[in-house]
Write a protein that binds this ligand. Structure first.
Ligand code: PMP
Length: 412
């Protein structure tokens, strides 16, 4: 059978909805359409039952209690609620003053963590942005060195969305607990793919999203610990007092039911999927690097999500590379910000040059990716890189053994 193109290899950006998830959601659009806040009739009760079930499914995936799950519109909102909500609740000095408290995070967090922390800086909080090692990892020791007497919150992602590196979350959580500091983790790329147990892993606040785990877009959850310690948050959205006052607004029942079903499926299938994906990712990385020189797989060699491959290709121009592999739907090492093409700040934090960051591809595989698709991607990428290098005088010089870092270029 002919392969259908483009081949989707951007599952870290979003995943298709599992048909079993869609099936679970459908009745809640039409028949079970009630508002779970309606206390006086069965329409409300039935919708509430759907939400309760989903809450149980999410809690079960995380090893949490149902009362500890707050439904949100996605990981962006979960991160904002965790970070801004904790900062407002645990601040040391009133709004408007400086020295309101110190927050530790990392340089390679998603913008949905970086930007709320930066806004808090403007509002009088201090922040430390930890720099990862060249393998992309943030360690408990790095956090330990950054701790201050006035540190109120540590926020470190479980796994990075661009390079897939996995941080050692349990020891970071243990350190925070030992010091009595709240610990939040953005687990958007981790939860539902790899095992989580908030108790064992010492997590106080955890963000996750539906659309990264074969659930619908626009729904997510925040785990908020209720015991040892009982975490309090100032809400971002006030109103009807839903979600125990943490997040007002009529619940997105269909989305929540879908998220719950996605969590149930993930819990049952993640082991199998992770093994299969690791095999496919290895096939992809080996297939490319065995046939091309001057390329590198970014991130940690082993502490890396099984489905994300981030590969940089020397001596090719980034935009040309993206054009040449357009039958593969993947991400590049560039972020389009307004008018300019910025190299990825994550790759830059790993000390990659701007050129190498631009000529990087993030290929993220999913539940329905096949070996045939992987082999197709290998062929396309190898052919594209070879072709672009044929046009590169720098590559010729490199082949001739000239050390390009020592070449003095004329400036015009
Ligand atoms: N954090 C991480 C690590 C992510 O990968 C993403 C999605 N790219 C988000 C947060 C934002 O998630 P959402 O789309 O659910 O708001």
């Amino acid at each position: 059978m002919a392969l259908k193109t483009p081949v989707y290899m951007d599952h870290a950006a979003t995943t298709p909805c599992d048909p079993r998830v869609v099936e679970a959601m459908l009745p809640f659009f039409t028949t079970t359409f009630g508002n779970p806040g309606s206390r006086n009739h069965s329409f409300g009760w039935d919708a509430e039952a759907g939400v309760d079930r989903a809450r149980g499914q999410v809690a079960s995936l995380l090893g949490a209690d149902e009362k500890e799950i707050i439904f949100t519109s996605g990981a962006t909102e979960s991160n904002n609620l965790a970070i801004r909500g904790a900062a407002a609740m645990y601040e040391k000095k009133p709004a408007g003053q400086t020295g309101r408290g110190h927050i530790i995070t990392s340089l390679i967090e998603h913008k949905a963590v970086l930007d709320p922390v930066k806004r808090l800086q403007k509002e009088g909080f201090d922040a430390t942005f930890l720099e990862p090692g060249p393998d992309g990892l943030i360690t408990a020791d790095m956090v330990r060195h950054a701790l201050r007497d006035d540190t109120i919150l540590v926020s470190i992602m479980w796994a990075n969305n661009e390079i897939g590196t996995i941080n050692d979350i349990p020891p970071i959580g243990a350190l925070c607990h030992e010091k009595g500091i709240l610990f939040h983790t953005d687990a958007t790329q981790w939860a539902g793919k790899m095992p989580v147990h908030v108790e064992r892993d010492n997590v106080d606040l955890l963000s996750m999203s539906g659309h990264k785990i074969y659930g619908p877009k626009g729904v997510g959850a925040l785990y908020v610990r209720r015991r040892k310690p009982r975490v309090r948050l100032t809400p971002l959205v006030d109103g009807g007092g839903q979600e125990r006052g943490f997040r007002s607004g009529t619940l997105n029942v269909t989305g929540i039911v879908g998220l719950g079903k996605a969590c149930e499926i993930a819990q049952a299938e993640m082991d199998h999927d992770a093994h299969r994906l690791l095999e496919l990712r290895t096939r992809l990385e080996k297939g490319v690097t065995a046939r091309l020189d001057s390329c590198q797989v970014n991130g940690h060699p082993t502490k890396r999500l099984p489905h994300i491959a981030n590969i940089s290709f020397g001596f090719v121009e980034g935009e040309g590379l993206m054009m040449a592999v357009k039958e593969i739907a993947c991400s590049s090492g560039s972020a389009c910000t307004s008018a300019s093409l910025e190299p990825s700040y994550v790759l830059k934090a790993l000390d990659l040059s701007d050129e190498l960051a631009h000529s990087s591809l993030r290929l993220s595989l999913g539940k329905w990716t096949t070996a045939e698709q992987v082999d197709y991607a290998i062929e396309k990428i190898v052919a594209a890189v070879r072709k672009l290098r044929e046009m590169s005088p720098l590559y010729d010089m490199h082949k001739e053994g000239i050390d390009l870092s020592k070449v003095e270029w004329g400036h015009h």
